[in-house]
Design a protein around this ligand. Structure first.
Ligand code: GRF
Length: 196
């Protein structure tokens, strides 16, 4: 890989930032040959503190009239955008500026259990209510619609008979961290072999 990759990680105001952390740790220990910048709508959260304490630049872009332009400025120099607990629809200008280069992770096996309102614990409640025996996570490209872009990578885990939404969520979250890092690498591998 010759290009210097830079990942722009977009987090939400209330996110734990555990996927952000997994990506930053992979950048730090060399599993991903990239550096990163974290973009947050609000400073002072535990996720932001963790990123700053570990030497990662953090930029604050709160929602505003010029949100799309300000996000694009913050993402300047990035080669890939990763949504990690970012619940808004990304402005079209940003999606257009990063064709096939915006990823999101969803805590279920898309195309099932996705779409508007399907986030956080709602997803795991729905998976258990549907009596699924398997769940997992999906990394996909971001489009103008929730959870509909092409899938880069999925990973599976069992849904156990006595699972609560919380126990299932924690099993899926553990899987998410490895899967997000692997999906980023797969995205770059695909880019490198794409001759179209
Ligand atoms: C994860 O469950 C992810 O699948 C979803 O939002 C959650 C973010 O968690 N998109 P964290 O902030 O990365 O811990």
């Amino acid at each position: 890989m010759s290009t210097q990759q830079r990942i722009g990680i977009l987090i939400g105001p209330k996110g734990r930032g555990s996927n952000m952390r997994a990506i930053l740790e992979a950048c730090r220990d060399g599993r991903l040959r990239a550096d990163a910048v974290v973009i947050t709508p609000v400073m002072g959260t535990p996720a932001v503190e963790w990123a700053s304490d570990h030497g990662c630049p953090v930029l604050c872009v709160p929602p505003s009239e010029n949100y799309a332009t300000e996000l694009l400025n913050a993402l300047s120099g990035c080669t890939l955008v990763c949504l990690a607990g970012y619940l808004r629809l990304l402005p079209m200008q940003v999606i257009d500026a990063f064709p096939h280069a915006v990823l999101n992770i969803h805590p279920a096996l898309l195309p099932k259990f996705g779409g508007k309102g399907m986030y956080g614990m709602h997803v795991h409640v729905a998976v258990i209510a549907a009596r699924e025996t398997e769940s997992g996570c999906t990394v996909h490209y971001v489009t103008e619609r929730y959870d509909e872009g092409a899938i880069v990578l999925q990973a599976r885990c069992p849904v156990l008979p006595d699972d609560s939404p919380e126990t299932l969520a924690s099993r899926v979250l553990e899987l998410e961290h490895k899967t997000y890092v692997a999906a980023i690498q797969r995205h770059w591998d695909n880019e490198a072999t794409d001759v179209s």
